[in-house]
Design a protein around this ligand. Structure first.
Ligand SMILES: Cc1ncc(COP(=O)(O)O)c(C=O)c1O
Length: 309
């Protein structure tokens, strides 16, 4: 077995204690599950998409000896490429905003990847535009998965995440809710679940402002939309506030023993808000996108606002 074989088949955790307001129980009959994607070998859900895109590149012959894997990423996909590149023997070059967390940049370098830092003011769009320029200048050098426009990204979740959630809940889920970066997780998972049961509600989570601290997610209305993003795939949208997500990340660690990143906390926050609107028995499933260990130096853990440094 290779480390890459450990990607996927993550556990589904029941979050039995946490509620929207501390001390006020959730509405009875509403069960909340969260897919523990931090159990993937590089610590995030992005292992699934990175593995699928790299495997497809090898199968189609666009990735082979002498090629470097290159892409723009807010961090987790870069860590996933770095881990898989090291395991399979390909060099990796990652473009990312300079303000991505110290831990993320360190992990990529420790896997042997090269990092190119782009303007923090331009966010993930700046990294995306810079990598395109580099690939256009030297196409022969690179395998460019382009996670924002590669169908293997969402299909990894169609074939993996969505199917696993269906099996792990024995088809009993009523709501799937999660945030979007490339939107691969939401698009692929919701597509599979809708096919299996059109009655399951798909709720997309969005930061409530273009300037937010929910790392890994996009405020779709104000950024370049991923090529495979289809807003009609969502039955509803739910907005979350960064400060509330920070607070929930702290509570998840203390109340559930789950040390997860802010986008995971934003997902759980949205799921708890949704739970408050439901009266009938319901089974909500959301995603714990990555481990919180890679944000340990972020100030939000201490209640001081936040962002990465
Ligand atoms: C921490 C984190 N959460 C959520 C996401 C969103 O996942 P997706 O790109 O599948 O929409 C990402 C994507 O990079 C991420 O890094």
């Amino acid at each position: 077995m290779n480390i890459v074989d450990l990607v996927g088949n993550t556990p589904l955790l029941e979050l039995s204690k946490i509620s929207l307001k501390p001390g006020k129980p959730r509405p009875s009959g509403v069960v909340l599950y969260a897919k523990a994607e931090f159990c993937n070998p590089s610590g995030s859900i992005k292992d699934r998409a990175a593995k699928a895109m790299i495997r497809e590149g090898i199968a189609e012959g666009t990735l082979g000896p002498g090629k470097t894997i290159i892409d723009a990423t807010s961090g987790n996909t870069g860590i996933a490429y770095s881990m898989i590149g090291a395991a399979l023997g390909f060099p990796v070059k990652v473009f990312l905003p300079a303000n991505a967390s110290m831990e993320r940049k360190g992990i990529m370098r420790q896997y042997g990847a090269e990092i190119v830092e782009t303007s923090p003011l331009e966010g993930s769009d700046g990294a995306y535009l810079a990598v395109r320029e580099e690939v256009e200048a030297h196409p022969e050098k690179y395998f460019y998965p382009n996670q924002y426009n590669n169908d293997a990204n969402w299909k990894a979740h169609y074939q993996g995440t969505g199917r696993e959630i269906w099996e792990q809940t024995q088809g009993t889920l009523t709501h799937f809710i999660c945030g979007m970066g490339t939107s691969g997780t939401f698009m692929g998972t919701s597509r599979r679940l809708k096919e299996l049961n059109p009655g399951v509600s798909m709720i997309a989570v969005q930061p409530d402002s273009p300037f937010h601290g929910i790392e890994g997610t996009k405020h779709m209305a104000s950024t370049i939309k991923p090529g495979f993003y289809d807003e009609k795939q969502a039955d509803a949208f739910l907005e979350v506030n960064t400060e509330e997500a920070y607070q929930l990340a702290r509570r998840l660690a203390r109340e559930e023993g789950i040390h997860a990143g802010v986008s995971s906390a934003a997902n759980v926050l949205a799921a708890l808000k949704l739970a408050e609107t439901l009266s009938a028995p319901a089974v909500i499933v959301t995603i714990l996108c990555d481990t919180g260990m890679r944000y340990v130096s972020d100030q939000f853990w201490y209640g001081n606002g936040g962002g990465s440094s």
